[in-house]
Design a protein around this ligand. Structure first.
Ligand code: EPZ
Length: 418
């Protein structure tokens, strides 16, 4: 197991290019099973969630080959349709394999994906939608068994704009007989990217990015070579890192429209932000002001995946902030670690009440989940003195070479084997 050793208090300067989006590459890998033709995804980030999804595809009988910075999948020999429970537990987002396996094999068996460190994360919205498409679903010994004679288009209304459920519905509807109209769809940029990918395979999907998506079932889907959208959450993490540490940083690859309300909130803190095409420049000098209120919402609201990073920023700012986490039940588990650094934060249910302090001191910290771990790194970068961040397996799930990119910006950070 590795750890970071971080000597905080340094400003960040320079430019960093965002990786391909973890939350796009994962559904694209699931979509690769829709066809028996070859699929290549370029600029694949080197992160463990991708490795885990690759392992799931191999378990299904697909050939998965990483070469240079791309991954090629040939699922022509895939036959299996059961996803092993160990892998489902490790990677919750394997749940959107259901849609592509049902399209390919008309059968999918998946261990009930457990909750995780950020909440219960049920899959009722996924299963109810699949039933609308003609899928019979039963549970057996902790497994969800999904079967259908054929998939048929339907009108589906999502009660909540679930990202994963929206993706699963697209994957199950692209070759269904007839037309599917999905109302109440999630509007995240990763959904738009999945639509582009599916259309490049020959699917007929339109409306992604809005809450109404229409899918016309087609008979066949071809192979594709595709470069995913860049990671807006990684980009936002670097922008917030600069706000915490001070300095001037340019993040390339993500447009302002994909970060939406985050830029407004950073300006509210007192940062200077300039955007041009897919470049975002931030500069931060002197003590910033708290945001007063941040509420996480589905896109285009404040992203829940940047909540921990924004709470950390506010811990250093002047004044007070109320952070409301509306998407997940327990997404403040990193807060006790910040309090050990001197942060003044009180968590009550979905609310975190932050009183800014003039500075945090270094400590030995333990990451508990992906984005909470990233927030601890930001806190260590802004704190006076040396910190350690343990259990990097969480951070490695979603950040490709985080320490290398931060070091390039001037951070004093090294990764050592424990
Ligand atoms: C995706 O998770 C992302 N993961 C998450 O990013 C992100 O936080 C989340 O969307 C929200 O934006 C991937 O894309 C791989 P949801 P997903 O379905 O699809 C409830 C990260 O850090 N819900 O939109 O699981 C659910 O419990 C990860 O990169 C149901 O109630 O999120 C949650 O409260 C973390 N029933 C809310 O909806 C369902 O059937 C949002 O979930 C499905 C979801």
């Amino acid at each position: 197991m590795d750890k970071f050793i971080i000597d905080g208090g340094r400003r960040l300067y320079g430019s960093v290019r965002a990786q391909s989006a973890k939350n796009s590459v994962l559904p694209l890998l699931a979509a690769s099973v829709l066809t028996d033709k070859r699929v290549t995804i370029r600029e694949t980030p080197c992160i463990s969630d991708v490795s885990c999804m690759a392992q799931i595809l191999r378990e299904l009988g697909a050939e998965v080959c990483f070469h240079d910075d791309a991954v090629t999948i040939d699922s022509s020999n895939a036959t299996e349709h059961t996803i092993p429970s160990a892998l489902t537990r490790e990677l919750r987002s394997s749940v959107f394999m259901l849609g592509s396996l049902l399209t390919r094999f008309h059968r999918a068996v998946i261990a009930y994906p457990g909750g995780c460190d950020i909440g219960l994360r049920p899959i009722d919205l996924h299963l109810n939608a699949l039933k609308r498409l003609g899928v019979s679903i039963r549970e057996r010994d902790g497994y969800v068994v999904c079967e259908c004679d054929r998939l048929r288009g339907a009108e589906i209304q999502l009660d909540f704009p679930s990202v994963g459920a929206t993706e699963n519905i697209l994957l199950a509807a692209v070759k269904a007989e007839g037309r599917t109209v999905l109302a109440g769809a999630a509007k995240e940029p990763e959904i738009v990217d999945l639509q582009s990918f599916l259309c490049a395979m020959g699917a007929k999907v339109r409306g992604a990015g809005s809450d109404l998506i229409e899918i016309e079932g087609v008979k066949e889907l071809g192979g594709v070579e595709y470069e995913p959208v860049k990671d807006r959450i990684e980009a936002g993490t670097f922008l917030i890192a600069c706000a915490v540490c001070g300095g001037e940083v340019e993040v390339e690859g993500v447009g302002a429209q994909d970060l939406g309300i985050l830029l407004h909130k950073l300006r509210e803190n007192g940062c200077k932000i300039h955007t041009k095409n897919d470049k975002i420049e931030i500069s931060s000098y002197g003590r910033l002001k708290c945001n007063r209120r941040i509420e996480t919402m589905p896109f285009p609201g404040f992203p829940t995946d940047l909540q921990a990073q924004a709470t950390t920023l506010n811990a250093f700012c002047e004044g007070g902030a109320l952070i409301v986490e509306n998407l997940f039940e327990t997404r403040f588990k990193y807060v006790p670690e910040l309090k050990r650094m001197g942060a003044d934060i009180e968590v009550r249910g979905r609310n975190a009440f932050v009183r800014g302090v003039s500075g945090l001191h270094g400590a030995v910290l333990t990451a508990g989940d992906l984005r909470g771990g990233a927030a601890l790194v930001l806190a260590a970068l802004g704190a006076e003195g040396v910190s350690e961040v343990l259990d990097l397996s969480h951070i490695d799930r979603g950040y490709d070479d985080l320490q290398g990119k931060l070091k390039k910006l001037g951070a004093e950070i090294k990764r050592v084997r424990v």
